[in-house]
Every structure is written in structure tokens, then in C-alpha cells.
Design a protein around this ligand. Structure first.
Ligand SMILES: *Cc1c(COP(=O)(O)O)cnc(C)c1O
Length: 365
């Protein structure tokens, strides 16, 4: 046995590896099931945009060539779509990787990084990798408590992460509250808005992170092609910010982070408005169905601005998770976030939603 302590970077042993949603392949192998509904990772249940599939297939013949490192065509299209300069955007292999870029670019050892609890797990991992100190601030009614977060911002606070809408709760902070929060941050602190579910949020008071960037605040917004654009498996996401922040991210980025296939598919998906409408419609209907069923079962849930619902099953969530697995339904148990009776369930196709609810009824005590 090697004494790993001698080798690894300080803090490495304190890290916990990310626990992803259980993969379909694993459940198939372990339980010999074929019909599996994975409602655990907030993926799009409708498959990718057909246009994205076609574009990806076409690009495969160029796979011997390195990709274009900067994602020039995508940056051009995105800058037009958002009405910002090209140097305010950078692409990488997923918003997850953009979070790591942010940590590598900005966090010095000892810096304090304020984040919600529970929120997206990757925030604390990248903070610890860089020797930063995560400062956890409990959510209030499943929503980021911006007043409490503001109180924890001090002279060593480099970053504040606000996941809006929040994963795993699906809730948002509203524009008026975020306006105030942003304007009160010190000039040495950057607000990182993780807006992975931006396109799903329909509340009229949902703030657009880009507005703060345009107004010159220290804000970086993160978005992704994994959720509304339906290509999580190809790994592509992006960060928006002022040219100085984006240049700082580009300096720590690897040379060719986004594959040719992912770039081609993303370009096609970007243009497929009809697909996105379909995803949104499926999500609206599915969420309404789930809400209604949860109400009938007397199970409280957090109102969600995303494609998943955080619901209190009033049962041991690990047991329900295992029971549902046996029936071919994969969900995310809340014990990951110390919510031992909650689960996070992604909105599936209507057929999957119905199966999930029927199966759930059979496991609740
Ligand atoms: C899904 C998700 C991401 C990751 O997006 P990728 O582009 O697939 O890496 C980032 N943040 C949150 C909050 C997410 O839920």
C-alpha cells in the first residue's frame, strides 16, 4: 500500500468524489432490467435535437483533426443571440468544467468562497482543490438566503456561488433580491451565477445574469447545452462575463476543451427552436402532472423553475430509492444533501412520469 498522503496535494484527501446519478447501464447489469427510466440527472427525456444528431454524425469524418479550440463559430452565433461582444463568452466541455476554470483562475489558498447549502456539489469540490475555504449558508424555505449570505461575505471572500435556479431544490432567487445583493458585494468579490437551468425558468421575476454583466457588476454566468439543448453526453457549456474575467478563464483552459462533434451538435441545437419548444412543453406538462400527484399523495415539494422537482416523500429516501431501482426507476435520493426524506426527481416523458408515480405509490409507507 502506498502512503498516498506523501504524494497528493494538500486537501486532496478531504475531497469527496462526486456521486453522479446512477447510470442506466449499471442498473441494467445489476438487476437485469431492460425498461429503465432514468430520472436522476435532469437530462432531457426526449433525446437530442434531430438536427444536432445529424450535424454530429456529419462531423465524425473530421475526427482526425483537432477541434477549433476557441469554438469560433459558436462564439459568433452566441454573441449575436445574446447581443454581447465575442470576448465576453468562453466555451468548455460542460459548465462543470467552467466551474473548475473559475476556481483555477480566481481562488488563492485561504480565500473564502460563499455558497448555499444544499447547492451544486461541484462548487465545494473546486474550492477545496484550490485550497479555498467553503462557507456554507443554509437555504431558507429551500431558497438561497441572500441576506444570510451577504452577512458571511468578508474581506477574504473571493467568490459567491448562487445557483439560480438552484440544484437540487429547483427554486430561484428573484430579481429584486438579487439586484440588491449584487449591488452590496465588495469590489473584490465575484458573484458566480450558475444558470444551468436558465431556459426552463418561467417566473417573470427571474433575473437574467447577463443584465448584471452588462451593467458592469463583478458577475460571471454559467450556462450549458446539457439541459435544454439535450446534449449532456457531448459535454459543452459556456461562461459569460466581462472581457477581463473571460480572458482569465481562457488562460487556465486546456487547448482543445470541446470536441468537434460537440461543437457541431451545439451549433445545430442552437438553431433548433422547435426542439426547445418541445422540451419546454413536455417539461411544463410533466411538472404539472407530478405536482398534482404529489398533492394527492400529501407530499410537499419545492415549486421548481427547472426540469426536476425536490419532493419530501416522508419516508426514508434511501429505502425508496432502492425500491424504485428494482422497478426500473432511477431517482436521486436526498441523503446526498442530508435531506433524508427528500428525493430529486427529473421530469421524464409523460409515460415515464406515470410509471414513476405508480412505482412510488407502491413504496410509500
Ligand atoms: C447540470 C448542471 C451543470 C453541469 O452542466 P454541464 O454543462 O453538463 O457540465 C452545472 N450546474 C448545475 C447547477 C447543473 O445542474
Amino acid at each position: 500500500m502506498k502512503d498516498i498522503q506523501k504524494f497528493v496535494r494538500k486537501g486532496n484527501l478531504d475531497l469527496k468524489a462526486y456521486i453522479p446519478g446512477k447510470p442506466i447501464e449499471e442498473v441494467q447489469e445489476e438487476l437485469g432490467l431492460t425498461e429503465i427510466a432514468k430520472l436522476a440527472s435532469n437530462e432531457t427525456p426526449l433525446g437530442p435535437s434531430p438536427k444536432a444528431i445529424l450535424a454530429a454524425e456529419k462531423e465524425l469524418k473530421n475526427a482526425h483533426l483537432y477541434p477549433e479550440g476557441r469554438c469560433t463559430l459558436l462564439i459568433r452565433e452566441m454573441s449575436k443571440k445574446l447581443g454581447i461582444e465575442e470576448d465576453m463568452i468562453t466555451f468548455s466541455n460542460g459548465a462543470d468544467n467552467c466551474i473548475l476554470l473559475i476556481a483555477s483562475a480566481f481562488i488563492n489558498e485561504g480565500d473564502e468562497i460563499v455558497m448555499g447549502d444544499p447547492s451544486f456539489f461541484v462548487f465545494q469540490t473546486v474550492t477545496k482543490i484550490m485550497g479555498g475555504k467553503p462557507i456554507f449558508v443554509k437555504l431558507k424555505n429551500h431558497i438561497h438566503d441572500l441576506n444570510a449570505m451577504r452577512e458571511r461575505v468578508g474581506k477574504n471572500t473571493k467568490l459567491v456561488f448562487v445557483c439560480n435556479p438552484n440544484n437540487p431544490t429547483g427554486t430561484i432567487v428573484k430579481k429584486a433580491e438579487l439586484d440588491k445583493f449584487v449591488s452590496q458585494l465588495p469590489d473584490f468579490t465575484i458573484l458566480i451565477l450558475d444558470e444551468a437551468y436558465f431556459e426552463f425558468a418561467s417566473d417573470k421575476d427571474y433575473p437574467d445574469g447577463l443584465d448584471y454583466i452588462k451593467q458592469g457588476y463583478n458577475v460571471i454566468s454559467l450556462r450549458t447545452f446539457s439541459k435544454i439543448y439535450g446534449i449532456a453526453g457531448l459535454r459543452i457549456g459556456y461562461a459569460l462575463g466581462c472581457p477581463e474575467f473571460i480572458a482569465a478563464l481562457n488562460r487556465v483552459r486546456e487547448p482543445f476543451p470541446v470536441s468537434r462533434v460537440a461543437q457541431a451538435a451545439a451549433l445545430a441545437a442552437l438553431e433548433d427552436e422547435e426542439y426547445r419548444e418541445r422540451v419546454l412543453k413536455n417539461n411544463r406538462e410533466g411538472k404539472a402532472y407530478l405536482y398534482n400527484e404529489f398533492q394527492k399523495l400529501g407530499l410537499p415539494y419545492a415549486p421548481s423553475q427547472t426540469n426536476f422537482v425536490f419532493v419530501d416523500l416522508k419516508n426514508d429516501c434511501e429505502r425508496v430509492f432502492q425500491d424504485l431501482l428494482k422497478k426500473g426507476i432511477i431517482i436521486r435520493p436526498g441523503n446526498l444533501w442530508n435531506y433524508h426524506t427528500f428525493v430529486r426527481i427529473s421530469v421524464g416523458t409523460m409515460e415515464q412520469n406515470r410509471r414513476a408515480i405508480e412505482a412510488l405509490k407502491g413504496c410509500l409507507l
